[in-house]
Design a protein around this ligand. Structure first.
Ligand SMILES: *[C@@H]1O[C@H](CO)[C@@H](O)[C@H](O)[C@H]1NC(C)=O
Ligand SMILES: *[C@@H]1O[C@H](CO)[C@@H](O)[C@H](O)[C@H]1NC(C)=O
Ligand SMILES: *[C@@H]1O[C@H](CO)[C@@H](O)[C@H](O)[C@H]1NC(C)=O
Ligand SMILES: *[C@@H]1O[C@H](CO)[C@@H](O)[C@H](O)[C@H]1NC(C)=O
Length: 306
């Protein structure tokens, strides 16, 4: 499961800006003038200048829809978190997803068949740490390599599940060598482009190509001893925690279970070291009743296939 905390954070950013599509019939809570003012302020804050009036009007429309969605969402008492504007508030859902998650709504990726759709008897909980499929929590440092940690954790998990060997794999190889798609080392990257790279090149172990937490030149010699391969990757149908649960049960390092108080949760691994959260993990409430799940966890999940 390409789903560590970094992914969730992208998703949470996405949630912050989402809604251009859903908000069509949201009641307008601000008049046009104050909305225009808001937009001006946002543009100033984000240093955004549009090339011409047409672009400006188009972006204003998207911005307005995002603001309306946020306001509607924040007035609904049944959410456990609030939304706000951020630097992505000028984008539609589709644009954000394309630029920042690698998900392409126009490709056949979304409607590709879901291999776990007919899975039954999914147990109420599973913790892949107990099955030996999860490496110790890592630390990404000041490098923006969350995408590499996310992809690596997913590939480590599926490799252990299919082969029985748990091998810590190399994030640094991805940082240095995966320059396909939007991947740019410590600056930016996404999980799907990382999966693409691993599908083509394989990935070596952490011991062969150690993490240094900064950009470096791809060391081809170090990449030669391939420790894991994937055949490809697939997406979990959006907006279904049930689909996510089926996937997790079969193929991932994300876990789920029930708290002492009977509340279901997803367990999410992060890459900020073991001092963060609960030994480097956090629990995220499960089955919240919204299709997208808490913080959009069920929106754009994907997993490698071996
Ligand atoms: C959206 O705004 C950001 C700045 O916050 C800018 O970098 C980006 O180019 C803008 N995108 C579009 C499509 O206007
Ligand atoms: C997926 O959907 C797109 C657009 O809705 C369509 O063009 C494409 O043929 C579909 N792909 C598959 C594999 O069904
Ligand atoms: C799930 O079951 C349906 C109905 O039997 C079948 O058409 C579909 O191909 C199955 N899906 C997979 C991924 O095996
Ligand atoms: C949350 O509240 C809104 C209106 O306040 C309602 O439309 C929606 O169905 C509620 N969702 C859940 C999951 O209870």
């Amino acid at each position: 499961m390409a789903f560590t905390l970094e992914w969730k954070f992208r998703i949470s950013i996405f949630i912050v800006v989402s809604g251009a599509g859903e908000s069509k019939d949201a009641s307008t809570t601000l008049d046009e003038a104050s909305m225009a003012m808001k937009h001006e302020l946002w543009m100033a804050k984000c240093a955004r200048i549009y090339v011409d009036n047409a672009e400006n009007q188009w972006r204003f429309k998207i911005f307005k829809e995002n603001v309306e969605f946020i306001e509607k969402f924040n007035t609904e008492a049944n959410h456990t978190y609030k939304l706000g504007l951020n630097e992505f508030s000028n984008l539609t859902d589709e644009e954000f997803a394309m630029f920042h998650t690698g998900y392409n709504p126009t490709s056949s990726f979304k409607n590709s068949s879901f291999q776990y759709e007919n899975l039954t008897d999914v147990p109420p909980s599973i913790d892949w740490r107990n099955e030996g499929a999860v490496t110790p929590v890592k630390f990404q440092g000041v490098c923006g390599s969350c995408w590499a940690f996310t992809a690596v954790a997913a590939v480590e998990g599926i490799t252990q599940i299919k082969t029985g060997s748990l091998i810590s794999l190399s994030e640094q190889q991805l940082v240095d060598c995966s320059k396909n798609g939007v991947n740019q080392g410590c600056k930016a990257g996404n999980v799907l482009d990382a999966f693409n790279y691993i599908q083509t090149n394989g990935i070596t172990s952490e011991t062969s190509y150690q993490y240094i937490g900064k950009n470096a030149t791809c060391d081809i010699e170090k990449t030669k001893n391939i420790a894991a391969c994937i055949a490809g990757y697939e997406s979990v149908p959006s907006d279904s925690e049930e689909a996510l649960q089926k996937t997790v049960f079969d193929a991932t390092v994300l876990c789920f279970g029930e708290n002492e108080d009977g509340i279901n949760y997803w367990l999410v691994k992060n890459s900020w070291g073991a001092n963060w959260g609960e030994g480097g993990y956090m629990r995220l409430r499960k089955d919240v009743g919204f299709p997208e799940g808490l913080r959009g966890i069920a929106m754009y999940a994907s997993y490698p296939v071996v």
